[in-house]
Write a protein that binds this ligand. Structure first.
Ligand SMILES: NC(=O)c1ccc[n+]([C@@H]2O[C@H](COP(=O)([O-])OP(=O)(O)OC[C@H]3O[C@@H](n4cnc5c(N)ncnc54)[C@H](O)[C@@H]3O)[C@@H](O)[C@H]2O)c1
Ligand SMILES: O=C(O)C[C@H](O)C(=O)O
Ligand SMILES: [Mn+2]
Length: 546
């Protein structure tokens, strides 16, 4: 079907704007619909970047970026590719959090997302089909937005996190932006502010749980697999009670993963391995305290557990390295309201002389003397000076990762952690952190964000046509980031810098694809993992329109 000038110029996957050549303008019926000057993509990029820079606030920069994204995906990614460190926090965390909070006020465009509604389960297949518009979808990021970052329930507004995660996939790993589909599952919301807001755009009722919810999820998965049989399904920011249940239900049958559980587990293990490369210590000598034993906290614990068992420990021995702390304090086997994931990481009261006093982080740190402390609690400022000093008094190089997002929820600031430990802490933060200057050393702070891992992981799975993702592949991926950081340099970061995200996402994808092939988990016959990754990679350059 030939398209009209209007259809081409308003299709962000086809539009080239002023870069359409004279010949293309003639062939496509665009003659006279654009100013006469034909620009190169470089000229367009320079111009767009100047506009981006002229915006006063980060939110305005985001609004400009999203408008460009809505108009011309190729130009948007060409621009992001050249300024990836500057664009990441604007299109993704932390500024995505502001746009989610103001979604109703800022709404202009659905950004090619699919909006699945629990009130219309019979429309699910049509919804996905309409949003995909016949495109060959290989990657779906879906959220029901019950646990957006650490900000709780944001209903339909949460669609922005699915869009943002996909933007990082393309910028970092090179998935073709016409092959992705962001999905919002609107199961209602318990956010009273949204329910009371006349501008709210989602279903105006309380969140639905239980059988009705799981039936809808099942309908969604079946329709998704039927329409896009070659796709990878990525789950994001589901609530604590549903995230693991959904993952467990589908992970052995389809290519799928939960980013908050597995992506976060991977980046934290990679960060710990990076920290141990700096301190020259062994993972077998670490005592790990997870503060905030929820979706991410337990995903992290499981990934480290797997690593300890590969290092030769039995399950029981490995378990002795963990201390899970949640609202109740240190989690014991008799603690009430344990989640299924927490049950695997509880301690016995008999191990402590003062077990009944271990109801807060400070008491637990005093009793346990952890060497690694991970924050996924959503509780800002909880890694206090006295707690950090207590931890640092008992270990030479404390590994401290305050990971709660966005910025306002972080358990501590990198700068404070470096100062309180006199430069000894090995730190990673959830959002980007500036270098810290302390006593003549420049400390680089790794970004302990799953964005370092999920693009390479997902791309490798798609390129290798993986049937499923298993522990062996996850483990291989966790080790793929080693060797990038010069660990002998004073102040070295525990993770590679975001400025290298396209390079290491590619090597990560190759490692993942190789692991899939080694286990014969590929659907299509593929012999060369590197070649498969290279063949799949999309570049932000204009292509001929057929
Ligand atoms: N940096 C990353 O890559 C990354 C990845 C995933 C999640 N996160 C962050 O981690 C945080 C948690 O995310 P999640 O998906 O695990 O959410 P979640 O709701 O599943 O888990 C949060 C946990 O913290 C616990 N908690 C709440 N108040 C507490 C307190 N006062 N003391 C101790 N524990 C408390 C909750 O009971 C819950 O178990 C969020 O801020 C999120 O942004 C970061
Ligand atoms: O979205 C992020 O920045 C990381 C993570 O998935 C989160 O939920 O915080
Ligand atoms: Mn998340």
């Amino acid at each position: 079907m030939t398209q009209t000038a209007d259809q081409i110029l308003n299709n962000p996957f086809l539009n080239k704007g002023t870069a359409f050549t004279k010949e293309e303008r003639q062939a496509l019926g665009l003659t006279g619909t654009l100013p006469s000057k034909v620009q190169t993509i470089e000229e367009q990029t320079t111009q767009a970047y100047a506009q981006f820079q002229s915006k006063a606030t980060r939110l305005e920069k985001r609004i400009f970026s999203m408008n460009l994204f809505n108009e011309n995906r190729t130009l948007f990614y060409h621009l992001m590719d050249q300024h990836v460190v500057e664009f990441m926090p604007v299109v993704y965390d932390p500024v995505v959090a502001e746009s989610i909070e103001q979604y109703n006020e800022l709404f202009l465009d659905p950004q090619n997302a699919a909006f699945v509604s629990i009130d219309d389960p019979d429309d699910i297949e049509a919804t996905l089909k309409n949003a995909a518009e016949g495109r060959d979808i290989r990657l779906v990021v879906v959220t029901d937005a019950e646990g957006i970052l650490g900000m709780g329930d944001w209903g339909v507004n949460g669609v922005d996190i699915a869009v943002g995660k996909l933007m990082v996939y393309t910028a970092a790993a090179g998935i073709d932006p016409s092959q992705v589909l962001p999905v919002s599952i609107d199961a209602g919301t318990n956010n009273q502010k949204l329910l009371d807001d006349p501008l709210y755009l989602g279903n105006r009722h309380k969140r639905v749980y239980g059988d009705q919810y799981y039936d809808m999820i099942d309908k969604f998965v079946k329709a998704e697999q039927k329409l896009f049989p070659d796709s990878l399904l990525h789950w994001e920011d589901f609530g604590r009670a549903n995230a693991q249940v959904i993952l467990d239900k589908y992970k052995d049958d389809i290519a799928t993963f939960n980013d908050d559980i597995q992506g976060t587990g991977m980046v934290v293990l990679a960060g710990i391995l990076g920290a141990l490369n700096i301190s020259k210590e062994s993972i077998k000598d670490q005592k790990i305290l997870s503060f905030g034993a929820g979706t991410a906290g337990m995903g992290i614990a499981n990934q480290i557990m797997d690593e300890l068992m590969q290092a030769g420990l039995t399950e029981e021995e490995a378990k002795q390295h963990f201390y899970a702390v949640d609202k109740q304090g240190l989690l014991f086997d008799d603690t009430e309201d344990l989640t299924p994931a927490q049950k695997a990481f509880t301690r016995k009261r008999s191990e402590f002389s003062n077990a009944d006093e271990l109801t807060n982080l400070e008491a637990v740190v005093k009793a346990v003397h952890p060497t690694v402390m991970i924050g996924t609690s959503t509780q800002p400022g909880t890694f206090t000076e006295s707690i950090i000093k207590e931890m640092a008094a008992h270990t030479d190089r404390p590994i401290i990762f305050p990971l709660s997002n966005p910025t306002k929820l972080a358990e501590a600031k990198a700068e404070d952690l470096i100062k309180w430990t006199d430069g000894r802490a090995l730190v990673a933060t959830g959002i980007p952190a500036d270098d810290v200057e302390y006593k003549g050393v420049t400390y680089q702070i790794g970004q302990g964000n799953n964005a370092l891992m999920y693009p390479g992981l997902g791309f490798g799975l798609i390129a290798s046509t993986a049937k499923v993702l298993n522990n062996e592949t996850l483990s291989a991926a966790c080790h793929a980031l080693g060797g990038i950081v010069d660990t002998d340099k004073p102040g070295a970061a525990v993770l590679p810098p975001v400025s290298k995200i396209t390079e290491f996402s590619q090597s990560l994808a190759e490692v993942v694809a190789q692991s899939v092939l080694d286990q014969n988990l590929n659907k299509e016959p593929i012999s060369d993992a590197k070649q498969a990754v290279a063949d799949m990679k999309w570049m932000p350059e204009y292509k001929a329109i057929k």
